[in-house]
Design a protein. Structure first.
Length: 258
C-alpha cells in the first residue's frame, strides 16, 4: 500500500539540498570516490568477463544461453556483480559521511565494516530488486515507490549493523517520505542513464579501436561515477531521515566509524 494523505511528512525532506550536497561531495572528492569505486568495479568486471566474455560484460554484445553451461556462467556472473556492487556501496556510504563532515577520507578504514555488511547487503539488495521489478511490471509508479521504500537499506546495515533487518529498518525510516525519495532517485537515475548511454558509446568505440583491456579500464572508471553518486545520495537521504525522525545528526551517525 502506498502512502495515504495522512502519511504526508510534517518536515520536508529537502530534495534540492540533498541533490546539491551529493554533487558537492562527488565533485569535491572526485578522485577518492572514483578510486574507492573503481577497484571493486574493475575486479567484478574482470571476473564477469572471464565467465561470460568481456564483450558481453562490457555491454557491447548480447549474452547467449545456448546450453546449461552458458546459463550457469551468466547466473554466476550476475552474483559476482551483485556482490561487487554491494561491497562498493558499503564502502561509499562511509566515504560520504567523512566527506560531509570534511574529515579525511580513509578507504582502508571502510573495508572492515563493508565486509561485515556484505552478505546481508547483497542478499537483501537482490530481494528488494526483485520486489521492485515485479512492481514495475505492474506499473512504473509502484516500482519506483517500492524502490524508495528500501532505498536506505544499505546505510542502515552498514551503520546500524541491523543485518537482515535492513529492509524493515529502511521501510520504517522512509515512511511518509517515499514520494520525495522517489523524486530524488528519479533525478539520480536520469543522470545514471545519461552516463550509461555515453559510456556505452565510448566503450563500443574504444573496444573497436583500442582493444578489450583499455575498454575494461575505461568502463570501470566511468561506471564508478554513477555508483558513487547514487551511493552518496542514498547515504545523505538516510542521514536526513534520521535527523528528522530521531533527532540524530550526521556527525553522530558517522561517529560509529571512529
Amino acid at each position: 500500500m502506498t502512502d495515504t494523505p495522512l502519511d504526508q511528512p510534517k518536515v520536508p525532506l529537502g530534495v534540492g539540498a540533498l541533490i546539491g550536497d551529493s554533487f558537492s561531495i562527488l565533485f569535491g572528492n572526485f578522485l577518492k570516490v572514483i578510486l574507492v569505486a573503481f577497484v571493486p568495479v574493475l575486479v567484478g568486471l574482470v571476473l564477469s568477463g572471464g565467465l561470460i566474455g568481456f564483450d558481453v560484460a562490457l555491454g557491447v554484445a548480447e549474452p547467449t544461453f545456448n546450453d546449461a553451461g552458458g546459463t550457469a556462467a551468466f547466473g554466476l556472473a550476475f552474483i559476482v556483480e551483485m556482490v561487487i556492487y554491494s561491497l562498493t556501496t558499503a564502502l561509499l556510504v562511509q566515504l560520504a559521511y567523512d566527506a560531509k563532515l570534511k574529515r579525511p577520507v580513509q578507504p582502508g578504514r571502510y573495508i572492515g565494516p563493508a565486509l561485515s555488511a556484505l552478505l546481508p547487503v547483497a542478499i537483501l539488495s537482490l530481494v528488494a530488486g526483485i520486489l521492485a521489478g515485479f512492481a514495475t511490471l505492474l506499473f512504473i509508479i509502484p516500482g519506483l515507490w517500492v524502490y524508495a521504500v528500501f532505498s536506505v537499506m544499505v546505510p542502515a546495515i552498514v551503520i546500524e549493523r541491523v543485518g537482515f533487518g535492513g529492509l524493515g529498518r529502511s521501510a520504517r525510516l522512509t515512511k511518509q517520505y517515499r514520494w520525495p525519495i522517489a523524486g530524488a532517485l528519479v533525478l539520480a537515475l536520469i543522470l545514471i542513464i545519461v552516463i550509461n548511454f555515453v559510456v556505452g558509446l565510448i566503450i563500443g568505440l574504444v573496444a573497436y579501436i583500442g582493444g578489450t583491456i583499455l575498454a575494461t579500464i575505461l568502463f570501470s572508471a566511468l561506471s564508478a561515477i554513477g555508483v558513487g553518486y547514487i551511493s552518496i545520495l542514498v547515504a545523505l537521504i538516510y542521514a536526513r531521515l534520521r535527523e528528522i525522525k530521531e533527532g540524530i545528526s550526521v556527525d553522530q551517525i558517522a561517529s560509529v566509524f571512529d
